[in-house]
Design a protein around this ligand. Structure first.
Ligand SMILES: [Zn+2]
Ligand SMILES: [Zn+2]
Length: 698
């Protein structure tokens, strides 16, 4: 810990004199608070939840005010003795935006710091990114104007959408749970296309009418424009949209509108869980099972779980919605801690699309294309296009080819920084690392044997686009992947084009899966399902099932019946049997549940992952083993099980070697104790270690 920063130009603090000090959280991966001298003229401007500018090391940074300033005369003697002689730097300025983090958000941040074992400054930085604090004169003026203009439309509009019987029942049931208060969380378990969004809108309408605020979380920004429109049209109030692609100016404006209570509802991605909604009454987490709720860098929080905690702090009600609820949430329902309402029928007249497996081992395949495509699938796509209907094609890899293979010696071109092969991007003639972004020209010869027969293996969305447009008559292909989608605007444009039928094939990666609603789509094709369930992770069957169920759900949402074709080498896999009905969903989930229970994995045990990183391979491994040994030898840490240390799934990333130690326990306090000990060990040795509580990919 280094709470005090020394420098030659600093005034020594004199405990006999009067004056104030302020301890602040710095947005860096550092433990503890940092103390500064607070000049007298700044004292009245300071409030908890606000920000200051302070010198830190050689730079100046924003810092968060997490406690009131202390008068030197009143601080305990021990502290004042400790402080006397210490040279404190001055707080430079107080941010004029005042309290940017309301008390309930602050409380949530403190909770997250404790639970996820993350530095407070970093958590607060997730809640309010520093870019928002850079006050610019021009935006604050326009803010005032637009807010005044919008103030006119305040009344919540009445409902106009007709509900199905099932929707009405589900709504009634959830409202009943809400009133009875026996549970504070309800699962809305509704199949794809069953009209969950309308139920959310009704619940939001009721909360707003009762004077409460509403927070709606969706897994990806990709989903927000469409959802936002539906909410705004049906509720007739202004809604804040909250995700990282929103410009700082707009964010500041929305932040202000939420804090003043002028806007009372926010829709956003993961970070919206921290949005300053006033008097929160309802929290909705759509697609609660989605892995994107888990932040995978810096503070590794799960927004779904934080949303439930935040709602609890605010005495608000939480609704988790999903067509494929996570095993964790299902278990809470089973235990009676969450209540449940179900939607089992689709609104669309065609009902559920039949799902058909295409066995790539036996099916006749199209020759001379990059992707494995069965003739039957291509014919079916053609027939769909000929009928004037739309097709979605899902392939979980962008780029032209999976890797570049030397057919003379078998060498595969790998990233120089990471333990993965480089993906071939033909359009710009590059090999690219999808982990660290490393780029090199596609070589002419093999660097091992100098052979010239370098062959791109496997397919990506880029080659599939080329192949499909060559194979199909009248194909107008739109592509949805991270190479194509560089901004929220670009995404909107492509989705809008597909909606207007300017394209008849939407080809894409994971981005395609999320709740898009295109009534013209009658065929969904999964190019290769196998990559989804071959991951070495205990959640991979569950996740493969969720993704394939979601992507299948994109078909037949309009008046025409839909169908789904899944290409695979493993037609007998339980995930696929559960999808096409050979195995019931209940049986599949029950098997997964039993397996988890047997192994003590979530939801039956808790996990934390300690990750050791170093540029030297042995070093990361040695440190991991040392910490494992130390933890193992503690007799005051019962009920713990250690897995590893072992190299991470991607052992090398950006030149850094990564070793993992997984801790499993039925007792969360025991887990936290072990983490605390490991952190102490690493801190005193100055080793870098990151902690992931409830990790999502292991
Ligand atoms: Zn070679
Ligand atoms: Zn790389």
């Amino acid at each position: 810990m280094m709470p005090f920063d020394e420098g030659p130009d600093l005034l020594p603090i004199d405990s006999k004199k009067s004056g104030s000090i302020l301890s602040v959280a710095i947005p860096r991966p550092l433990e503890g608070l940092f103390t500064y001298r607070l000049p007298a003229e700044l004292v009245p401007l300071v409030q908890v939840g606000g920000c200051v500018k302070v010198p830190f090391g050689k730079s100046i940074t924003h810092a968060f005010i997490v406690e009131p300033p202390k008068d030197i005369a009143t601080i305990p003697e021990a502290l004042s003795v400790a402080l006397s002689g210490v040279k404190l730097k001055d707080v430079l300025a107080v941010n004029p935006m005042g309290e940017v983090l309301p008390p309930d958000v602050m409380k949530l941040c403190h909770w997250a710091r404790e639970y996820y074992c993350a530095p407070l400054g970093e958590v607060l930085n997730c809640a309010i990114p520093l870019s928002l604090l850079e006050e610019s004169q021009t935006t604050s003026k326009t803010t005032r104007k637009t807010s005044l203009a919008k103030k006119a439309s305040k009344k919540v509009a009445p409902r106009i959408v007709q509900f199905t019987d099932e929707q009405s029942q589900a709504l009634k049931l959830i409202q009943q749970f809400q009133e009875e208060g026996s549970t504070r969380v309800a699962l809305l378990n509704g199949v794809t296309g069953s009209g969950k969004t309308e139920v959310y809108i009704e619940l939001a309408r009721n909360a707003l009418a009762a004077g409460r605020g509403v927070l709606i979380l969706v897994p990806e920004i990709a989903l927000t424009p469409q959802l936002y429109q539906r909410f705004e049209e049906q509720l007739g109030v202004s809604i804040a949209v909250w995700h990282s692609a929103i410009s700082p100016g707009r964010r500041r404006q929305q932040n202000l509108a939420l804090r003043t209570g002028e806007t009372r509802i926010v829709i956003g991605a993961r970070s919206a869980v921290f949005a300053p909604v006033q008097n929160l009454g309802l929290v909705v987490v759509d697609e609660e099972h989605d892995a994107t709720y888990k932040q995978e860098d810096r503070v590794r929080y799960n927004a779904r779980d934080l949303a439930i905690v935040r709602a609890m702090f605010a005495s608000a009600f939480t609704v988790l919605g999903s067509a494929t609820p996570s095993l964790e949430t299902r278990e809470r329902v089973r235990e009676g801690r969450y209540s449940q309402a179900k939607l089992t029928r689709r609104i669309a007249p065609g009902g559920f699309p039949p799902i058909e497996m295409i066995d790539l081992r036996t099916e006749e395949k199209v020759q001379d294309v990059q992707a494995l495509l069965s003739l039957r699938v291509v014919k079916k796509i053609q027939a769909t296009l000929d009928a004037g209907e739309q097709v979605m094609v899902y392939l979980n890899r962008r780029g032209f080819a999976a890797f570049l293979l030397c057919r003379e010696c078998g060498e595969v071109k790998n990233c120089t920084n990471c333990s993965v092969s480089l993906t071939v991007h033909r359009k710009d003639a590059h090999l690219r690392c999808h982990i660290c972004g490393y780029i090199e020209q596609i070589p002419d010869t093999c660097n091992k044997c100098h052979g010239t027969d370098l062959f791109p293996m496997g397919a990506g969305t880029e080659s599939l686009e080329v192949d499909l447009s060559r194979l199909l008559r009248g194909a107008k292909i739109l592509r949805l992947d991270r190479d194509q989608i560089t901004s929220a605007k670009r995404l909107d444009q492509i989705l809008e084009k597909f909606r207007n039928k300017e394209g008849n094939i939407l080809l894409g990666t994971q981005m395609l899966v999320k709740g898009h609603d295109f009534p013209g789509v009658t065929l969904v094709v999964v190019v290769l399902a196998d990559s989804l369930f071959r991951f070495p992770d205990f959640r991979s069957p569950e996740r493969a099932y969720q993704i394939l169920r979601q992507v299948s759900g994109r078909s037949g949402r309009g008046d025409q019946a839909g169908r789904v074709l899944i290409q695979t080498f493993d037609t007998e896999h339980p995930v696929l049997q559960a999808l096409d009905g050979r195995l019931s969903e209940e049986t599949f989930l029950e098997n997964e549940r039993e397996l988890r229970q047997c192994l003590g994995y979530p939801p039956f045990g808790r996990l934390a992952r300690l990750r050791f990183e170093s540029n030297i391979n042995n070093e990361a491994a040695t440190r991991a083993s040392f910490v494992a040994q130390q933890l193992n030898s503690q007799n005051n840490l019962p009920n713990l099980e250690f897995l590893g240390p072992s190299e991470a799934f991607l052992e090398r990333v950006k030149g850094s070697f990564r070793w993992d130690l997984l801790i499993k326990s039925k007792s969360f306090p025991a887990l936290q104790k072990a983490i605390g000990l490991a952190r102490q060990l690493c801190f005193s040795n100055k080793w870098q270690m990151s902690v992931d509580v409830d990790p999502y990919s292991i």
